[in-house]
Design a binder for this molecule. Structure first.
Ligand code: HEM
Length: 189
C-alpha cells in the first residue's frame, strides 16, 4: 500500500515526465520539416522520436491524474477531467491542465482519423498541440511544487526558449518556401 507521500511523489514525477514527453513530441514534430535536428539525427530517427513521444505522454498523464485523485490533499475528482476550473484551490493552474489534456486528446484522436479528414482540417487540429503545450507548461509551472526549485525552473524556461527558437525557424523556413509560389500566383493574369 502506498503512503500519501509516495502517491504525491508519483503524481509529480509522472506530471513532469508527461511534460518532457510533450516537449520532445513538439520539438521532433517541428524538426521533421524544418530540419532543426538534422545535426543530431536523420529524419527517420526524428520521426521515430515523434511517434513514440506523441503516445508516451498518455499513460504518464493517466497515472498523474489517477494518483492525484487518490491524493486526499489534491482534491481532484473525475469531474475535473471534463470541466476545468472547478477545483477549490489553484483552480486556474489546475484548469489549464484539464484544457491541455483535452486538447492533446483531440490531436491524438484526429491522428487516428487522419484518413477521414482533409489535409487542411487535420493540420488545423494538429496545430492545437502548440496551444496545448503552452497550457501544459503554464500548468506545470503554476500548479507544481518542484518547478519552484531554481534548477528545474531554469531547465523548464531553457526548454521553452529552445522550442520558441525552433518554432520561429520553422515559421520563417516555411514562409521562405511559400514566397516564390505566391509571387508566381500574383503574376498570373
Ligand atoms: C497534458 C496534461 C498534463 C500535464 C502534462 C501535466 C503536468 C504537470 C506537471 C509538470 C506538474 C508539476 C509537478 C510538480 O512539479 O509538482 C503538475 C502538477 C499538477 N497537476 Fe498536472 N498535468 C496535466 C494534466 C492535469 C490534469 C488533467 C489535472 C487535474 C484535473 C492535473 C492536476 C495537477 C495538480 C493538482 C498538480 C499539483 C501537484 C502538486 O501538488 O505538486 N494535471 N502537472
Amino acid at each position: 500500500m502506498l503512503t500519501t507521500d509516495q502517491i504525491w511523489i508519483i503524481a509529480r514525477a509522472t506530471g513532469t515526465a508527461a511534460l518532457v514527453a510533450l516537449v520532445l513530441s513538439i520539438l521532433s514534430g517541428m524538426a521533421l520539416r524544418s530540419g532543426a535536428l538534422a545535426w543530431l539525427s536523420h529524419n527517420r530517427g526524428v520521426r521515430a522520436v515523434h511517434d513514440l513521444t506523441s503516445v508516451l505522454w498518455l499513460p504518464l498523464v493517466v497515472v498523474h491524474v489517477i494518483t492525484l485523485m487518490l491524493d486526499p490533499y489534491a482534491k481532484v475528482g473525475v469531474i475535473d477531467l471534463f470541466i476545468p476550473f472547478l477545483v477549490s484551490y489553484g483552480s486556474f493552474a489546475i484548469g489549464l491542465g484539464t484544457i491541455s489534456l483535452q486538447l492533446i486528446a483531440v490531436v491524438v484522436i484526429s491522428t487516428w482519423l487522419r484518413s477521414r479528414l482533409t489535409q487542411q482540417g487535420w493540420l488545423a487540429i494538429h496545430r492545437l498541440s502548440y496551444v496545448a503545450f503552452v497550457g501544459a507548461f503554464a500548468h506545470g509551472l503554476l500548479a507544481g511544487t518542484d518547478f519552484a526549485q531554481p534548477l528545474l525552473s531554469a531547465l523548464a524556461w531553457l526548454t521553452a526558449a529552445v522550442l520558441l527558437i525552433v518554432a520561429v525557424r520553422r515559421l520563417t523556413a516555411s514562409r521562405g518556401r511559400q514566397s516564390p509560389a505566391r509571387s508566381k500566383t500574383v503574376a498570373i493574369p
